[in-house]
Design a protein around this ligand. Structure first.
Ligand code: COD
Ligand code: ZN
Ligand code: ZN
Length: 403
């Protein structure tokens, strides 16, 4: 491309300081260095995690920063040594890299590459410099991918090539929301057919858990949210009933015990609050119930539980971007959208993102998976603050911004 090797000026959303509104700025984006890729972002979703970054409640963020982590785009240029993608190819940036070399990447049972932001800050590129500047100041990256910029640079470990025919304005959801929620149900919890599930929080990620529970054959799927407006979509996507904790005098875990008689087989916390994490664990049945934490709490939060909840056989797990990888053939079949009875052609590569996201996109193209209903609003990038207002007011599920 004509821009290769040159600095590109483009629009980006910059958070100059925590808890200040996002401002749209013209930024300069330097060319990619060795093992880096520069991508033209076409579409990006707004996830609650971006709001945590904006507010200053996400772990280890340096400001000024360009958030955004649910994008899809086209490779503009590549640095030396990049072999996994070429200019012109469609890609999804990855919130968790897959370096292919660390002990986690070599372990089939986890997707948590040791280069993940939680181990090593991703506010700068791996060489500890930034590719973004604005008004003469370096601007930080977010999760190495900063999809709220029309052009962005990422390491080649944090990018996945996808089907050339994939609609970028739809499949950007595989970059975070859908993969996170669907993977938590199918992969981390391994929801069994006929089971009862409770999902705390019916935002874009929680509704993706609902889709996953339905795909896995759960017979009872209980959606829980303080915003009743979320219930209609949850039911369309597979929830069998929805409840608002504010309608009851009792704690929600007791309500769930009343309506299920012994508690749920699987619960998911998809809000990011300490009290709902404890309630989700306490809602599981004794002996075999599994609770999966998807949300992350505000910085510095601590959790306290009655250990008897675990002593009596409940399992408590966390799931990041779809959780641990799996090599179990039946799980691979479901996560690829295949019927359990149909022989599956996918190799058991689990949920490591560089391997999994292209497959999820292929399943979307084959109409085996469909997260389109999660998209409630489509806005031009300039209206990003309107997108955040829709999130705050509870009116949106996913707003997709188009450059
Ligand atoms: N009880 C019940 N429901 C509640 C409560 C409550 N006390 N408080 C809020 N809710 C509901 C809201 O009404 C809303 O419907 C839902 O919970 C939350 O949805 P959103 O749209 O705000 O959030 P999502 O779905 O975009 O994201 C939720 C996460 C939990 C994933 C996010 O907030 C988070 O914690 N992210 C950090 C973890 C992470 O890094 N994940 C991977 C990348 S995102
Ligand atoms: Zn997200
Ligand atoms: Zn790794």
């Amino acid at each position: 491309m004509a821009t290769a090797g040159k600095v590109i000026k483009c629009k980006a959303a910059v958070v100059w300081e925590a808890d200040k509104p996002i401002s749209i700025e013209e930024v300069e984006v330097a060319p990619p260095k060795a093992h880096e890729v520069r991508v033209k972002i076409v579409a990006t979703g707004i996830c609650r995690t971006d709001d945590h970054v904006r507010k200053g409640s996400f772990l280890n963020i340096d400001y000024p920063v360009i958030p955004g982590h649910e994008g899809a785009g086209i490779v503009e240029s590549i640095g030396e040594g990049v072999t996994c993608v070429k200019p012109g190819e469609k890609v999804i940036p990855l919130c968790i890299p897959q370096c292919g070399e660390c002990s986690s990447c070599l372990n089939p049972n986890t997707n948590c590459c040791l280069k993940i932001h939680f181990c090593e800050s991703q506010n700068l590129m791996p060489d500890k410099t930034s590719r973004f500047t604005c008004k003469g100041k370096p601007i930080h990256h977010f999760l190495w991918i900063s999809t709220f910029s029309e052009y962005t640079v990422m390491p080649d470990s944090a990018i996945a090539r996808i089907d050339a025919a994939a609609p970028l304005d739809k499949v950007c959801l595989f970059g975070c929301g859908f993969s996170t929620g669907y993977g938590a149900a199918i992969n981390t919890a391994k929801v069994k057919p006929g089971s009862t599930c409770a999902i705390f929080g019916l935002g874009g990620v929680g509704l993706s858990v609902v889709i996953g529970c339905k795909a896995a054959g759960a017979s009872r799927i209980i959606g829980i949210d303080i915003n009743k407006d979320k219930f209609a979509k949850a039911k369309e996507l597979g929830a069998t009933e929805c409840i608002n904790p504010q309608d009851f005098k009792k704690p929600i875990q007791e309500v769930l015990f009343d309506i299920t008689s012994q508690g749920v087989d699987y619960s998911f916390e998809v809000i990011g609050r300490v009290d709902t994490m404890v309630a989700a664990l306490a809602s599981c049945n004794m002996g075999s119930g599994t609770c999966v934490m998807v949300g992350s709490t505000p910085l510095g939060a601590q959790i306290s539980i009655d250990p008897v909840l675990l002593l009596t056989g409940r399992t408590w797990k966390g799931s990041l971007l779809g959780g641990i990888a799996t090599t179990e053939p039946n799980v691979i079949q479901i996560l690829n959208g295949c019927c359990v009875q149909t022989p599956c052609l996918f190799s058991p590569l689990g949920w490591k993102l560089k391997d999994t996201i292209p497959k999820l996109v292929t399943s979307y193209m084959e109409r085996k998976l469909n997260p389109d209903m999660l998209i409630s609003h489509i806005l031009p990038f300039d209206k990003i603050n309107e997108g955040f207002e829709l999130l705050h007011s509870g009116k949106s599920i996913r707003s997709i911004l188009l450059f």
